[in-house]
Design a binder for this molecule. Sequence first.
Ligand code: ADP
Ligand code: MG
Length: 273
Amino acid sequence: MPRPEQTRVIVVANQKGGVGKTTTTVNLAASLALHGGRVLVIDLDPQGNASTALGIDHHAEVPSIYDVLVDSKPLSDVVQPVPDVEGLFCAPATIDLAGAEIELVSLVARESRLERAIQAYEQPLDYILIDCPPSLGLLTVNALVAGAEVLIPIQCEYYALEGLGQLLRNVDLVRGHLNPKLHVSTILLTMYDGRTRLASQVADEVRSHFGSEVLRTSIPRSVRISEAPSYGQTVLTYDPGSSGALSYLEAAREIALRGVSVHYNSQHAHALP
Ligand code: ADP
Ligand code: MG
């Protein structure tokens, strides 16, 4: 597997909840680590689901990404190694992150606090994956300013494309004003059920709209994927031979092989609701 020359910072975003952002973040991160990369997951959702899924303690007293964003604590003070997966690390979120959306408003450089923290972080990393909350507020803006690539998971369901136009316009705004290197690099179809016509219709629609940004691999709907977090594990350690584990490994391989070569075309934003 090729390792990137520089750290690739990938923002996993979609303001819709329940589309597979967190599941994708943790399972792709574990896959990239199993392929030999050094990977940091930054949990930017106050729910802390990514932290839970990685088996990382995140009760209220644990040093967390809140302290980094609001109190300028160094990222290295909050990063924890993920048990059982070599090369995988997590900056956890605690519930106080819910207040950060408001507290950030009055702070200097409120949009670029995460970017600064990442730039000051000295441990060598191949990938940073940022799990965003289901909103387009300041937490997500901090992620979009810190990253170069946006990965959008799309659930193969009714209304799959609804609201995506708003996300893409936000990406354009952040690119125009704050972060010229930002682009949508990757679309991943999740919870794909090949037996239903709806899933294949949605997949066709997404592929015709986005083209080459869509990964060839889609993630099947799988009970093993949804069970793993309750054991504090990714599906890669919970059931390594399952279709869910294999699909995330394959998606990670595609991402590693593509590098940053696919470039986002802002025209996508126009035709979407
Ligand atoms: P988001 O972070 O976008 O809110 P999640 O990753 O938490 O979405 O996923 C929402 C729910 O769907 C969770 O209960 C998760 O376990 C489940 N889920 C996600 N991906 C799959 C999948 N491929 N197969 C089955 N269940 C899934
Ligand atoms: Mg989530």
